[in-house]
Structure formats: C-alpha cells, structure tokens
Design a protein around this ligand. Structure first.
Ligand code: NAG
Ligand code: NAG
Ligand code: NAG
Length: 489
C-alpha cells in the first residue's frame, strides 16, 4: 500500500511540477537572466537615443529603375549627441506585449520554433543590421502583406539603427491558429498576425490598414485620423439621427446576418438602421457613399465582428457617437485597452435586437452620459492610437521579441532585400499614392514612449474581472428594462 502511494507520488509529482511551471511561466515576469542569453543583444533599448544628424535619403525611382538595387548608403546614419530621451509612458495596452511574449519568456526563441511557424506563414521577414529581407511563401489576400511590409520599412525609417537583428513569420489570414496546448511542454511557434483570441498564442501586430487599404480606398491612418476628427464636428450629437447605425458586408459571418434581423421594418423598430455595403457599386461610384469621415450621422454606431476581428473597429470608435459593441471574440493589438461602459456600450450577442433597443433608449434619455462614452472612445482613438503610438507599439514588440532570440538570424539565398524604393517604384495607382502619403520622411526626434511594466497576475485578473462585471451590470439592467416593458399592458 505504502509503495503504491509512493509510486503514485513519483508519477504524479513531476506532472504537477511541469504544469505548475507552465502556469508560472504564463503569469510571472521573467527574471532578467532569461532574456539576456540572446546572441543578438539589442543595441539600443534603455539608454537615451540620439537624433540622427542626416536626413533620410530622398526616394530615387530613376536610380532604382536603372540599377534594380536597393541603395546601399541608407542605413549609414550618424548620430549627434543631442539627448532625446522620452518623456511619455506608452498607453496601457502596450502592457499586453509582455503577455503576448510570455510563452517564450523561459525558453527563449530558437530557430526551430521560428521554422515551425512557417507552416501557415505568408512571409518571413529578416532584419539584419537595419536592412530588411523578405522571403515570400504565399501571396496574401489583396495588399495586406504589401502594406504590412511597407509599415515595417517605415518603422525603420522612423527609428533608424534602433531595431535589433531578428526574423519573424507573418500570417496575413484573419484567424489565429497557434492553439494553447495545456499539456504542451514545448514552446509554441512564434507567429505574427493581426488578431488573436483567448484560445490562441498568435502574436498580434498592427494591421495593414494603418498604411492604407488600396482595394477599398481607405486612406493611411495618419490622414484619416485628421479627417475623422473633423468629421465629428460636422453634425452635433443631438442633431444626429437618434438610432444605431451599421454599414458593412453582412454575408461574411452568421452573427452579422443575425444582426440584420434587427433592421427597421413596417412591423418593428429596434432603433437600428442597418445597411449592406456593396463594394462593387461603391467602387464604380468613386466611394462617395463610403467616406468614413462622413459616417458620423447617427447618435450610435454598431460594431460587430466579421469572420474575425474587423479593421472597421477603429473607424467606428473614432466617431464620437457611442459604439454599441456586439460581444467580441477576437482582439487586436489595441482593443485590449478598451473599457466597457467607459469606451463603449456592450451588446449581448445572443439577443442583439433587444440589447440595441435598450441601449438606444438609455442613451436618448441619458444624453450626457451617452456623449461621454462617445467622447472617451474618440479621444482614445485620437490620442492613444495615433500613428506615433502604432510605430512605438511595433518598436517595443519587435525589440522585446528580439531579446528572446537564442540564435543569430541569417538570410537564405531565397530572401530578397526590401527597401522603400523596391516597393514604391513598382507600385501603381492607389497603392503608390498611399505609400507616398504614409512615407516616414524623417527620423523621429523623440524616443519611443517608455514601456509600462507587466501586469502582476492579481492586477491583471482584477482588471479582467472589472470588465466582466461592468458588462454584467448592463446585462442585468437590460433584463429589468425588458421585464418592465413586457409587464406593460
Ligand atoms: C520605374 O519603373 C516602374 C515599373 O517599371 C514604372 O512604373 C515607373 O514609372 C518608373 N519610374 C521612373 C521614375 O522611371
Ligand atoms: C515631451 O516634451 C516635449 C518638449 O518639452 C513637449 O513638447 C511634449 O508635449 C512632451 N510630450 C509629452 C507626451 O508629454
Ligand atoms: C434596412 O432598412 C432600411 C429602411 O427600410 C433599408 O433602406 C435598408 O436597405 C435595410 N437594410 C438591409 C441590410 O436590408
């Protein structure tokens, strides 16, 4: 009996220890020694950066067309001694960078892990001594990959000489694929993409639309953000239609088709005004009806996910009409910074029509509170999601990622050098226009913002619980609203 017990302990104890270590690894900040083993120690991460004295070379397409070679002199940046230490702390959502990279905190990142991420990747990007190399495995949908790569090139122009050597696998498809495996003792493959969910470990990265979405005429974020701000001033909130507005493609997801049943008809009015987007026709008509800066015409705007997260979220939140946000299942790099009831009004996905009707009735009878929600979201988008912070997010994510490297990345003979010339000189039409409009013209004269520390596990849990509680409070108010409505004769 005793020996049976002992062998049970021998069998079970290691499992408990391994599981314990895994839980620990997911929640506890890594001691410094773990991140210092990298052979590619990032050059500049904590000390004060210096302003490059020389401006960036002008883009020379004539020269590029003749030589078909990226200029060699671009990364030669000389630095002055002028201090440009950062005076701002990054927005709170940057703290999720620590969480997203935690799966590799103890193991570091090996070549084998990166190679495993190749299975679904569209491309591999290598940064070596400030130069960028690309190996394409499969062309992405539309120009997703093109503008993502363009964005990374702009990051290097903004902070020249400050990005360490690294390589990364990027998957441009909507859905996250790196599942959390509870029993897995092996570290997962590090795979970059635009969104994640609670079941996956994909590393989230800003999507292509920040540099432009040529296929649907969505301008680079920097320009659009200014237009959206102006757009808010066109009609004052109380003069806007007192309904919830949505326009998009309902066919991409069942939940969107279900939302369409809430549209106004002769028989019912759930306070929703819903429209389906016909991209074919809009394209012929020059996108006059899809001008995002003119879409702030209703007092409430609905956000609902498509096949995964939707690029539209930032445009909807930027309008200072409160966002009625149908319970999301995916997050992108900034949405984890949103606080329910403060930045948006939560909508119950299982009872959308009633939930929208209640939200609109509540807002129309609490106009000041409703406007505060709209304002909090548009301020968040204008301030915390300005392009400076998008670049800083990429900067900190890539720096923290590179710190985990256990090997020196190198380029294969299939890799081609990528530079702004090789992209913009070959691009036509809107693609070319958006690239020129989003080109970083000179290096930043301030440091990236200072990374906030990781959450300690109890405060992270408390934050998640606070968000859930806020949503539950709305749900119970909604329930009693409908009980009262139904009790009316
Ligand atoms: C360079 O070549 C591209 C594609 O061949 C062409 O579209 C572009 O006009 C050329 N640019 C210049 C400045 O010659
Ligand atoms: C940082 O300092 C500069 C110069 O003093 C100032 O103009 C800028 O507003 C400051 N930025 C922040 C985020 O405080
Ligand atoms: C919703 O109703 C409005 C008004 O009747 C209509 O114009 C619109 O096309 C409808 N939307 C959809 C997606 O059917």
């Amino acid at each position: 009996m005793k020996s049976l017990l002992r062998s049970a302990v021998i069998l079970v104890l290691p499992v408990v220890l391994i599981v314990g270590a895994l839980i620990y690894a997911r929640f506890v900040e890594t001691p410094d020694i773990f991140s210092k083993v990298s052979s590619t120690e990032p050059v500049l991460t904590t000390k004060a950066y210096e302003i490059p004295t020389k401006p960036l070379n002008p883009i020379d397409c004539n020269g590029y067309n003749l030589s078909k070679k990226c200029p060699t002199n671009n990364p030669e940046i000389s630095f002055s001694n002028q201090d440009r230490s950062s005076n701002s702390t990054c927005p709170d959502y940057f703290r999720w960078i620590h969480e997203d990279l935690r799966p590799w905190a103890h193991t570091g990142i090996t070549q084998e892990m990166v190679e495993k991420a190749k299975a679904t990747a569209n491309f591999k990007l290598v940064i070596l001594k400030g130069k960028v190399y690309l190996e394409t495995y499969e062309k992405a949908f539309q120009t997703r990959d093109t503008f993502t790569l363009w964005g990374i090139l702009q990051l290097l122009r903004r902070y020249p000489g400050m990005l360490p050597d690294l390589e990364l696998m990027f998957d441009c498809v909507d859905w996250p694929v790196v599942l959390i495996d509870q029993n897995n003792v092996v570290a997962p493959p590090p795979l970059f993409r635009y969104c994640g969910n609670d079941l996956t470990l994909d590393i989230v990265f800003p999507d292509w639309s920040f540099w432009g979405w040529a296929e649907v005429n969505v301008k680079p974020w920097e320009i659009l953000l200014g237009e959206l701000k102006e757009g808010n001033k066109r009609i004052s909130w109380d003069k806007r239609e007192p309904y919830a507005y949505w326009k998009g493609n309902p066919t991409v997801a069942e939940t969107r088709q279900n939302l369409m049943t809430c549209n106004v008809s002769d028989k019912q009015d759930w306070n929703a005004r819903l429209y389906s987007q016909d991209w074919g026709r809009e394209s012929q008509e020059g996108y006059k009806k899809s001008d995002l800066a003119r879409q702030c015409t209703h007092r409430y705007k609905v956000y609902i996910e498509g096949s995964a997260w939707s690029v539209s979220e930032k445009y909807i939140l930027a309008c200072d009409s409160p966002t009625l946000l149908v319970k999301p299942h995916y997050y992108d790099f900034f949405t984890r910074g949103l606080i329910p009831v403060h930045h948006y009004w939560p909508i119950n996905e299982d009872d959308k029509c009633k939930s929208i009707k209640f939200a609109v009735d509540w807002g129309n009878s609490h106009t000041e509170k409703a406007q505060n929600i709209g304002k909090a979201a548009s301020d968040f988008i204008q301030q915390e999601l300005k392009m400076d912070y998008v670049y800083d997010y990429m900067f900190h994510l890539l720096n923290s990622y590179a710190k985990l490297f256990r090997y020196q990345p190198s380029i294969s003979d299939k890799a081609v050098e990528l530079c702004v010339e090789s992209m913009v000189c070959n691009a036509q039409g809107l693609e070319n226009k958006f690239m020129i409009e989003s080109l970083v013209k000179s290096p930043s004269n301030t440091n990236p913002c200072t990374m906030p520390p990781p959450y300690d596990p109890p405060s992270l849990e408390a934050q998640i619980r606070r968000k859930q509680n806020a949503i539950q409070r709305i749900e119970s108010r909604e329930k009693s609203y409908w009980e009262k409505q139904n009790a009316k004769p």
